[in-house]
Design a protein around this ligand. Structure first.
Ligand SMILES: O=C(O)C(=O)C[C@]1(C(=O)O)C=C[C@@H](O)C=C1
Length: 367
């Protein structure tokens, strides 16, 4: 027993040293970030990352550590480097210095993300939300309480509410740049164009990431330009100091894509956990025999089950492209069932081959 305690104490000392070394690494990484930034270089350097990971694998092999563990550790460290360098860049560029921003729906999850993001850029952020705002921010209970004199107005509210707010803004015609972050654009089409017609500087974006996201590398922000180039350029500028991929799309192409990217993937997961819950099986029981595929699918499904069901219903029901996506899903399930129940091995293998060929076309460099 004494030996065990002595060994654990030795191990704890090493763990502390390991973390001290991580801190030293991060200090150097911060310096590298500033050097790259002042030389006008991008934050991410894939070639260098490859070298870092190769060195990690080689060293792991030499010292008798599993190579995958060596690589995993350094992937994690690189992610931490990128997140720190990105935040440093966003904060140091101070794009919003001396300017005011209003986040409507600033108490919601994505609203809070924008409050933090704009504050980091140096904006003086105000919140409009009946639920109140975070402490330290000026807060309005309703749109009627502010004179809308802010330089930037973000609308981060549910889709139906956004439509009403856009109509109100079209009447009041604020001077600032206006943008919404809704998951669907079709339901907002008339209201957005109303604002354009009213002479407002408005654009529409869709951040393709959740409110917990800290690092924008590998994440997409979709821009739906409404013909007011100045507004789109101003909102693009907000993301220029980040590593987010800026993607342009028309309003209809956006909703068409979202019927699959959001609608189909949500529906598959909702169907999956409901099939399980209606099967009579117990989650605890299944967990005992779970396979890696089942665990991975359960993780995604659990994530979906935690999301806001009202928002998820809006994403399904307000998209005119949803019926097509859902019918495609029904057909696909029917096909799988048909080939299995008919004992059609050749057909089943063909289905899997088709899917494999489709998936092989995904780009490799995802975060
Ligand atoms: O070498 C750099 O440019 C770094 O910023 C350091 C580092 C790393 O953590 O090793 C981080 C991000 C880059 O994409 C590559 C490597």
């Amino acid at each position: 027993m004494k030996d065990l305690q002595a060994l654990r104490e030795k191990l704890s000392c090493l763990d502390v040293e390991l973390l001290e070394m991580v801190a030293r690494r991060q200090a150097i990484v911060a310096e590298i970030g500033r050097v790259k930034s002042s030389a006008g270089k991008g934050t991410r350097d894939y070639a260098r990352e490859k070298d870092v990971l190769n060195l990690a694998r080689q060293t792991a092999r030499r010292v008798g550590v599993d190579e995958d563990i060596g690589e995993e550790m350094f992937r994690l460290l690189i992610r931490a480097s990128l997140a720190a360098q990105e935040l440093d860049k966003v904060t140091s560029e101070k794009t919003g210095s001396g300017k005011r921003a209003l986040v409507i729906g600033g108490a919601g999850q994505m609203g809070q993300w924008f409050v933090r993001f704009l504050s980091a850029q140096g904006y003086s952020v105000e919140i409009c939300d009946p639920k109140g705002g975070a402490s330290g921010y000026r807060c309005y209970g309703s749109l009627g309480d502010t004179d809308l004199s802010q330089d930037m107005i973000v609308i981060a509210t549910p889709i139906k509410e956004t439509r009403i707010l856009l109509d109100e803004l079209a009447v009041r015609r604020p001077d600032g740049i206006i943008f919404d972050i809704s998951s669907l654009k079709g339901p907002l089409d008339p209201a957005l164009h109303n604002l354009v017609a009213a002479g407002c500087r408005v654009t529409s974006i869709h951040p393709m990431f959740g409110p917990d996201t800290e690092l924008l590398s590998g994440r997409n922000v979709v821009f739906v330009d409404l013909g007011v180039a100045e507004a789109t350029a101003a909102v693009r500028e907000l993301f220029n100091s980040t590593m987010a991929e800026q993607v342009s799309m028309s309003l209809d192409d956006h909703d068409h894509a979202m019927a699959y990217v959001l609608g189909l993937s949500h529906a598959v997961n909702i169907a999956f956990f409901n099939a399980l819950s209606q099967s009579g099986e117990q989650a605890e029981g299944l967990a005992k025999f779970s396979s890696s595929t089942f665990d991975a699918q359960m993780d995604v499904a659990s994530h979906v089950a935690e999301e806001n069901p009202y928002l998820y219903f809006e994403i399904q029901s307000l998209n005119t492209h949803t019926p097509r996506a859902l019918v495609t899903l029904l057909n696909a399930v029917t096909q799988v069932a048909g080939r299995v129940l008919d004992g059609d091995e050749k057909g089943f293998v063909e289905l899997m081959a088709q899917g494999k060929a489709f998936l092989a076309r995904r780009p490799e460099d995802r975060p």
